[in-house]
Design a binder for this molecule. Structure first.
Ligand SMILES: Nc1ncnc2c1ncn2[C@@H]1O[C@H](COP(=O)(O)OP(=O)(O)OP(=O)(O)O)[C@@H](O)[C@H]1O
Length: 273
């Protein structure tokens, strides 16, 4: 049995703790409230899913966690530290502990796989020998050790996302934020990437926050999830509970679409198509 003190326990239970988070964008004389008092707790070591329709505010929420966006008010604590109160220098250090994976991979086309993975270390002036050690370690973790000299243009979508994941892991972060990480991939490749995320979570204990509009991806990967609707978290709980007994309009719609999609082959075959 793991022996933890009360404070450790609090940090494990509320490893990422978001409280009353607000964000409004002001563009062309108009205001758009994108986060309306978000409260959310993610436990250390879990893979937590956030689902919501397009425009619900999912990306903005995860981008606030690594401060790619600055919220207007509220707090975001990671391991007990409020990342909204950090100085510029402290924030740079804190960001190393938070990796991010994007839907569109965001790779440098003119750099090799090795150079892409090494990028976050190269800009931190880490010695070349250490960079090599860490790049090889990350490449092995994602199964790309034999592609280090290739360029992104010569890789499949799944391989590109593996590079994106390796680059996100090269700083050995404690949190991995996945923003629609599998939405650009075919179903088979999606499964491979979700399996990879599960393996990495299992072998390293990294906390993963997955945002997506794909309920099947969350159902396959996460135990707990939240539903984001109209800039608010309207439901949090076990994936199976929300799936079987949704209490929100969004949760119910996702569950219905998922069920219909599962029945598609049956419907198609039944109709003799
Ligand atoms: N930098 C910005 N300036 C102005 N409006 C923005 C900005 N970023 C996002 N928005 C708007 O905020 C709303 C929420 O966007 P966000 O990308 O967080 O939603 P989302 O749930 O991730 O959607 P999607 O699944 O389509 O990516 C949208 O209406 C979007 O147009």
């Amino acid at each position: 049995m793991i022996n933890v003190t009360l404070n450790d326990r609090d940090i494990l239970d509320g490893y990422i703790q978001i409280s009353d988070l607000h964000k409004t964008f002001h563009t062309q004389g108009r205001s758009l409230q994108v986060l309306k008092g978000i409260n959310l707790t993610v436990r250390k070591g879990e893979i937590f899913g956030i689902i919501g329709f397009s425009g619900a505010g999912k990306s903005t929420l995860v981008r606030c966690i690594n401060r790619l966006e600055t919220p207007d008010s509220g707090s975001i604590k990671v391991g007990g530290v409020d990342i909204l109160k950090l100085s510029k220098k402290e924030l740079l250090e804190a960001r190393k502990k938070i990796g991010m994976v994007f839907q569109t991979f965001n790779l440098f086309e003119a750099k090799t796989v090795y150079q892409n993975i090494a990028y976050p270390l190269a800009i931190s002036r880490i010695p070349k020998k250490e960079i090599k050690r860490r790049v090889l370690e990350a490449a092995e973790l994602v199964g790309l050790s034999d592609k280090l000299n290739a360029y992104p243009g010569g890789l499949s979508g799944g391989q590109k996302q593996r590079v994106g994941i390796a680059r996100a892991l090269v700083n050995r972060p404690e949190i991995l934020l996945c923003d629609e990480a599998t939405s650009a991939l075919d179903p088979q490749t999606t499964l491979q990437i979700l399996d990879l995320l599960k393996e990495i979570n299992h072998s390293t204990g990294i906390t993963i926050l997955m945002i997506t509009h794909e309920l099947d991806a969350i159902r396959y990967t996460c135990e707990r999830m939240a539903v984001l609707e109209d800039a608010q978290i309207i439901e949090v709980g076990l994936v199976e509970d929300i799936f079987n007994n949704p209490h929100s309009r969004t949760g119910a719609l996702f569950a219905k679409v998922y069920t219909e999609l599962q029945r598609m082959p049956e419907l198609v075959n039944g109709a003799g198509i």
